[in-house]
Design a protein around this ligand. Structure first.
Ligand SMILES: NC(=O)C1=CN([C@@H]2O[C@H](COP(=O)(O)OP(=O)(O)OC[C@H]3O[C@@H](n4cnc5c(N)ncnc54)[C@H](OP(=O)(O)O)[C@@H]3O)[C@@H](O)[C@H]2O)C=CC1
Ligand SMILES: O=C(CO)[C@H](O)[C@H](O)COP(=O)(O)O
Length: 479
């Protein structure tokens, strides 16, 4: 404990806040710590006080009092109303120039509202994404700060020091002004959803089509965790699949209720992408997949009642099918990332954030949940062409998908023929085929819209908007 003013404060000492405070203290910063229920503050200081300099505060006025000026305070509480409640209590205690950082999973629209409100009072507000879960917060997360460049300049030495590092480079960069940081964190989570859905589909296919045991699927994922697919999520998939339930001796995965929960960031990603007009079908299927898993009423009504295919066996070679699924997983994952980066680009344009897409791939290489070796490839793609229209048209990714596309198609076809749901794989493949199509059936949709609602259409051979007199002489008119 120390009586000197603290350099930074953290309020909200649950899983994330506690470990972020410890990370700061371990890195030599004097940290004032506060939590609504005092027990968490006491426990932190009692258990981990020896790790660095902590200044415990019983309430927010005491936290503010404990800090050097201009103050820097990280809020790490439940997103939504709790964050507003903390801000409302904190703001009257602060002085001009103080910096409030919300490091929770806020919706970027809330962040924009909060930043504007605090700006009117002469305060700086920084919405910052933090990813890495409990372990990342302690040992080095990926940090995605938004807010003004001046606020970031004041925070940078601390944030870059406590963040994860890859090849000596911090996984923390100023994403952009305003809500840019929380937007990018939201997209990170959307990609996390898609990635996990694709991993789950791969596992399901290996078990159903090949009849592998959970332990055997763990071996497959362990094997895949080298080369292109090497990533934290693949690594922990092998760990979860090899876990045995202590009380039953069954594979852990077989005793867990098959209803995936969600706190909201995946759903927000899809909602926001709809507004931006960017197809994020991989993420949408992942959110819907979780919704379906939790829709107990309809699942119970349909399970064992709705008929599936007559033949649920596929005549496949074990090693060849495992390799096909690996290709399908990698290709579908590339589509999910391509869609995610498209959404970031679109939001950056809409809100004037000027986000460096390559830098986002760089700060996701370490610390965060979607950390993966292939993020280097994304960084390199944007280095080659910062205005790349889609990751999928970059030479490396084009070739990676081309190498795997026949396998990808076989996997989707096998899943459909044996009746194993693979919405992530199918949606990714449909997106890929849609993107590369020279002509889409959207022309027919335009015709239908014009017939029933005089919505007009454009032509391939002339500029302008047109309408056909469908119920009259069927002559075309300029609209
Ligand atoms: N868990 C994770 O892996 C990750 C979480 N996040 C985000 O980080 C933030 C913190 O997450 P996590 O550590 O899991 O904790 P929780 O989201 O479970 O939030 C618990 C914390 O919020 C405080 N709190 C809740 N309501 C209020 C309120 N009305 N006023 C003041 N404090 C309140 C609690 O205080 P009390 O102890 O008094 O109840 C406690 O400190 C969240 O926004 C979360 O989305 C981000 C990345 C990863
Ligand atoms: O932010 C995170 C990681 O970066 C959390 O782990 C994420 O919020 C988990 O989301 P959900 O509970 O919706 O699966």
């Amino acid at each position: 404990m120390s009586s000197a003013p603290a350099q930074i404060g953290v309020t909200g000492l649950a899983v994330m806040g506690r470990n972020l405070a410890r990370n700061l203290a371990r890195n030599g910063f004097r940290v004032a710590v506060h939590n609504r229920s005092k027990g968490r503050t006491d426990a932190l200081v009692e258990e981990f006080g020896h790790e660095g300099e902590f200044v415990p505060a019983d309430d927010l006025p005491a936290l503010v009092q404990a800090l050097e000026q201009p103050r820097k305070i990280i809020i790490m509480v439940k997103a939504g109303e709790p964050t507003d409640a903390v801000i409302d209590e904190l703001v009257p205690l602060l002085d001009q120039g103080d910096i409030v950082v919300d490091a929770g999973n806020a919706h970027f629209a809330d962040t924009r509202r909060r930043e504007n409100a605090l700006k009117e009072k002469g305060l700086h507000f920084v919405g910052s994404g933090v990813s890495g879960g409990e372990e990342g917060a302690l040992n080095g997360p990926s940090i995605m700060p938004g807010g003004s460049p001046e606020s970031y300049a004041a925070l940078e030495p601390m944030l870059t020091k406590i963040s994860a590092h890859v090849n000596g480079e911090p996984c923390c960069v100023h994403v952009g002004p305003d809500g840019a940081g929380h937007f990018v964190k939201m997209l990170h989570n959307g990609i996390e959803y898609a990635d996990m859905q694709l991993i789950a589909e791969s596992y399901d296919l290996l078990r159903h089509v090949l009849g592998l045991s959970a332990a055997e699927t763990a071996d497959v994922f362990r094997d895949w965790n080298s080369g292109d697919l090497e990533s934290f999520l693949i690594e922990i998939t092998a760990e979860v699949l090899s876990q045995v339930d202590e009380s039953t001796g069954q594979p852990f995965v077989d005793v867990v209720l098959d209803q995936a929960e969600q706190k909201g960031t995946g759903r927000w990603t899809v909602q926001v992408a709809l507004d931006l007009g960017i197809p994020v079908s991989g993420m949408a299927e992942a959110v819907f997949g979780r919704s379906l898993s939790g829709d107990v009423v309809r699942r119970e009504a349909a399970a064992g009642v709705l008929p599936g295919p007559a033949d649920t066996k596929a005549d496949v070679d074990r090693a060849a099918f495992i390799e096909d699924v690996r290709h399908a997983l990698y290709a579908s994952k590339l589509v999910a990332y391509a869609q995610g980066f498209d959404a970031i680009r679109a939001a950056s344009e809409q809100y004037g954030w000027d986000i460096d897409l390559g830098a986002m791939a760089k700060i996701w290489r370490g610390g965060c949940i979607i950390r993966a070796v292939f993020l280097d490839r994304i960084k390199e793609a944007y280095d080659r062409d910062p205005n790349l229209p889609s990751l999928l048209v970059d030479d490396y990714f084009k070739e990676a998908v081309a190498n795997g596309q026949e396998a990808w198609r076989r996997v989707v076809a096998t899943a459909a023929s044996v009746g194993v749901p693979a919405p992530g794989f199918s949606a990714a493949l449909s997106y890929y085929d849609g993107l590369r199509a020279e002509r889409l059936p959207a022309a027919l949709i335009q015709g239908l819209r014009d017939l029933f609602g005089a919505h007009t259409y454009r032509r391939v051979d002339r500029d302008g908007a047109f309408h056909l007199d469908w119920s009259g002489d069927r002559k075309e008119h300029s609209a």
